[in-house]
Ligand binder design. Structure first.
Ligand code: ADP
Ligand code: ZN
Length: 436
């Protein structure tokens, strides 16, 4: 079947034309922030750069970076670039890694965002004939309203379920014939589990695709979700600061997400030095939003670690692709003085379990010593194994974790379904040390 696009001209635009478009938009955007946001003007002056120095994307590196700290400093109106009366919406981050940040939107900003989501839905095979069940949380979080708006734009029949009440989700899915499910991957996994528990199989539902994002997920998790719901699962990426989900989306190749480059210029930098890195190198993703009016972030450091690729994609899109972000630069835990990324632990668990198990990392401090425990849930099959098998698995996990991290963790294998399920973003790390 021929690939379908929401905006073919943009999505398949030759590279030189895209650079020209980005350059024109960048020049205009820099003038806009210089004229309207004193905070930006000051930062640019401090770096000795003015709008006269910016002629195109080749000059991007001259501009100062913006970080989450700047947004917190500017809270709530410090980075607003239009009069408040021109704004029609406020959304907020989920606060995964600290204080929330609020973002403002004009009507044009909302339209641009929804247009990006419409591209994602179309790439996942969505048309006006689809029934889209939006099970991301609604409210300040961008997941619900983002997918909702995009679904309307495509003309799909939209079911604004929000997250939670999982049995009702499944009942509606069956009764109303939902064909596309949108939620976090951890919630999709939970819905898959509940479907089986309710005695249904994927043949009892009409779902054909899922659009899952807002948190990191692995290929193993994709396979599990695809199997449990009988669908093709597509990734979608975004952050509140740059609008919400839809900044990048997966196509039929299911190998990396195309970035909507007509609206967002992507760079990869070395998180330590801030130096731009060439395509194909792993580093921190930085976005410049060149079409946003109300909250136009320039060189915004996402802290998400990934790789950009310009290899030709079989879907025909020419938009650059980003790999799945597998953790943030600030995800890192320091346990007993050692740097630990939750994604390293997940890699070991997937290898030893040959699946993506539910787990939780619990860090605490007794006196001056850190304690480090990993709780991992056994599957039903494993739970019925002999004690000997379970002990062997526990030992193997313990040895593998120590080998990869260099420190020992207490491994606790727990009963099936004993780790709380998430209806939004999964909580994998419980760091009790921060509470004191
Ligand atoms: P918060 O930073 O408080 O979680 P957001 O709700 O805006 O606020 O979430 C944006 C972040 O979610 C991104 O910076 C990224 O770390 C993560 N994220 C979003 N989509 C994906 C995805 N598809 N894969 C991995 N991580 C994602
Ligand atoms: Zn593609």
């Amino acid at each position: 079947m021929a690939e379908r696009y929401w905006n073919e001209q943009i999505e398949t635009m030759p590279r030189d034309e895209m650079i020209k478009l980005q350059s024109e938009r960048l020049v205009k955007q820099i003038k806009h922030v210089w004229d309207n946001v004193p905070y930006y003007r000051k930062k640019m002056e401090e770096k000795g750069v003015s709008p006269d120095d910016i002629h195109g994307i080749e000059d991007l590196h001259k501009l100062p970076f913006l970080s989450k700290t700047d947004l917190r400093d500017g809270y709530p109106y410090g980075l607003l670039a239009v009069p408040l009366s021109d704004c029609v919406r406020i959304q907020s981050t989920s606060g995964t890694t600290g204080k929330r940040v609020v973002a403002f939107y004009t009507q044009n900003d909302v339209d641009m965002w929804e247009d990006c989501v419409a591209r994602a839905i179309t790439a996942a095979g969505g048309t006006k004939d689809d029934v889209v069940q939006v099970a991301y949380g609604y409210g300040l979080f961008t997941g619900g309203s983002g997918l909702h708006g995009g679904s309307h734009k495509v003309g799909c029949l939209t079911l604004p379920m929000s997250s939670g009440n999982t049995e009702r989700q499944i009942q509606f899915m069956i009764d109303l014939g939902s064909t596309i499910l949108c939620c976090t991957p951890s919630y999709a996994a939970y819905i898959g589990e509940t479907l089986a528990e309710m005695g249904y199989t994927p043949d009892d539902i009409k779902l054909k695709a899922g659009i899952f994002g807002a948190e990191p997920w692995t290929e193993e998790m994709r396979q599990q979700i695809e199997k449990s719901l009988g669908i093709k699962a597509f990734d979608i990426y975004g952050l509140t600061e740059t609008s919400g989900p839809g900044v990048a989306f997966e196509c039929c190749e299911q190998k990396g997400m195309h970035i909507n480059e007509d609206n967002f210029i992507a760079e990869i930098i070395d998180p330590e030095t801030g130096e731009p890195l060439p395509d194909g190198t792993k580093g921190e993703l930085v976005f410049t939003s060149i079409t946003k009016e109300a909250f136009p972030l320039i060189r915004y450091r996402t802290r998400d670690i990934c790789v950009l690729s310009r290899e030709k994609c079989s879907c025909g899109r020419t938009l650059v692709k980003m790999s799945k972000p597998m953790g943030r630069s600030d995800d890192m835990l320091i346990i007993k003085g050692v740097n630990v990324f939750p994604s390293q632990i997940e890699t070991v668990l997937i290898k030893d379990f040959k699946a993506a198990p539910n787990y939780q990392i619990i860090v605490d401090r007794i006196g001056t010593t850190d304690t480090f425990e990993i709780k991992v849930e056994l599957s039903d099959d494993m739970f019925s194994d002999t004690i000997k098998d379970v002990v062997t698995l526990e030992k193997k996990l313990s040895a593998d974790i120590q080998q990869i991290l260099g420190i020992k963790a207490k491994i606790t294998l727990v009963e099936p379904k004993s780790i709380p399920r998430s209806e939004g973003k999964a909580v994998r790390v419980i760091d009790k040390r921060r509470l004191v």
